[in-house]
Write a protein that binds this ligand. Structure first.
Ligand code: NAD
Length: 415
């Protein structure tokens, strides 16, 4: 058993939940594996005239509570185990925020940074064609994830609409606003995380005004988190990082200026008057709030005991290994676990589906209000289970989410 295989981690987390809930072994065994795992070979004509065959996946983990939902990653290091783990986490994520959806995930092994727009468009269309029989607004609804964009969602929606010969806006979420996207989707993941941070701080008696924050990763999730913790709560963001390295200023970074610097130079590194800091050092800073917003497995048994933050809000998927989780819990660190903390994205994706079905679109303020309600109630359901079972917040979130999925399976007569 490796500490870092994401699917093994997802299974171990589920096993632990089954133990706490005293779940029947046969029910646990059903939940340990995806309902369906699709592998496709996708031939794409490249700009040089030759065909190249890409490998793609769609994993449909569980649809007891509704159509499966989960993003598509385009990444050179994509693996089926990562996609399976993410599909499992999507199942628990849609359940913890109590939206009527199941869990799925997709991926294609490719490097979009080395492909032309034309190649990327042909790959996107060919991928959705290859899985068109098994996805759709009532079956399985994809979305953007690592290295996939609203433009890619638009191409996929268009291709699917051609196959079915009618507009199919509800096929996919994260679309451009002009094509059935939802207001408030851009910062939804970070904003949802901020609502859970607010609730956690209230519970722990931490004043967020002036609270210090370190954020690893400065992409979609990380840069919006930096901006929102400053603007919503008056927190002091003292360190941020990206794949090229990190920067620090004990007096607080000017977040909007850092965002502009990153847009201009491609990295946060070299921001004027900041001190350089490594990604490893950033995690161990003496701050009130740590927000991992980049990669999996960055908090492990090697560094967990050095972490000093009071709250960790996991916007990234899978940043903490189970070994590290135990250490953090024993050290009294309040972890808002990934599939709760970053559920804002899928919640607003669900709102996007609802608006597509209605063909009537909401103001951004209404999206924020409804997102707040969902995230706040998911946080408190988790906190309640954490206190009831005397377990950490991740195990508690599993308990709440898995119980709901099991209930749906029972009511449907599947178990
Ligand atoms: P992104 O590609 O926009 O940003 C990723 C960031 O991480 C970039 O700033 C990149 O430079 C940085 N990074 C990459 N390698 C790094 C390294 N070795 N050390 C430090 N930083 C590194 O991706 P994103 O959409 O912001 O997603 C980040 C995480 O949040 C992922 O785990 C993703 O699954 C999760 N997440 C995102 C959303 C969303 O709506 N964007 C929703 C749920 C979960």
């Amino acid at each position: 058993m490796s500490e870092n295989n994401p699917f093994e981690i997802a299974q171990r987390q589920l096993d632990e939940c089954a133990r706490i809930l005293n779940l029947d072994d046969s029910i646990r065994d059903i939940l340990r594996v995806p309902m369906r795992e699709i592998h496709v070979s996708i031939p794409v004509r490249m700009d040089n005239g030759n065909f190249r065959v890409f490998k793609g996946f769609r994993v449909q983990y569980n649809n007891a509570r509704g159509p499966m939902k989960g993003g598509i990653r385009f990444h050179p290091d994509e693996t089926i185990d990562t996609v399976k783990a993410l599909a499992a986490w999507m199942t628990w994520k849609t359940s913890i925020v109590d939206v009527p959806l199941g869990g799925g995930k997709g991926g294609v092994i490719c490097n979009p940074k080395e492909m032309s727009d034309g190649e990327l468009e042909r790959l996107s269309r060919a991928y959705i064609q290859s899985i068109s029989e098994v996805v759709g607004p009532e079956k399985d609804v994809p979305a953007p994830d690592v290295y996939t964009t609203p433009q890619i969602m638009a191409w996929m929606m268009d291709e699917f609409s051609k196959i079915y010969q009618k507009n199919q806006f509800g096929l996919i979420t994260g679309k451009p606003l002009e094509l059935g996207g939802s207001a408030g989707r851009g910062d939804a993941t970070a904003r949802g995380g901020c609502y859970t941070i607010r609730e956690a701080a209230n519970y722990l008696g931490i004043d967020l005004k002036g609270a210090t924050v370190a954020i690893q990763g400065f992409g979609n999730a990380g840069h919006f988190a930096a901006s929102l913790v400053s603007s919503l709560f008056g927190c002091k963001v003292v360190a941020v990082s990206d794949s090229k390295g990190g920067i620090m200023d004990e007096n607080g970074l000017a977040v909007e200026a850092v965002i502009k610097h990153k847009v201009k130079t491609g990295s946060v590194v070299g921001f004027p008057n900041s001190k350089p800091i490594s990604n490893i050092e950033l995690l161990e800073l003496d701050v009130d709030l740590l927000i991992p917003s980049a990669l999996e497995n960055v908090i492990t048994s090697d560094n967990a005991s050095n972490i000093k933050a009071k709250i960790i809000c996991e916007l990234a998927n899978g940043p903490t290994t189970p070994e590290a989780d135990e250490i953090l819990y024993n050290n009294g660190i309040h972890v808002i676990p990934d599939f709760l903390a970053n559920a804002g994205g899928v919640t607003v994706s669900y709102f996007e589906m609802v608006q597509n079905f209605y063909m009537y679109y909401w103001e951004e303020a209404l999206v924020h209000e409804r997102l707040d309600k969902k995230m706040t109630s998911a946080y408190h359901a988790t906190l309640h289970a954490s206190n009831k079972y005397n377990v950490n917040m991740r195990k508690a979130a599993y308990v709440v989410a898995v119980e709901r999925v099991v209930k749906a399976m029972q009511l449907r007569g599947r178990i």
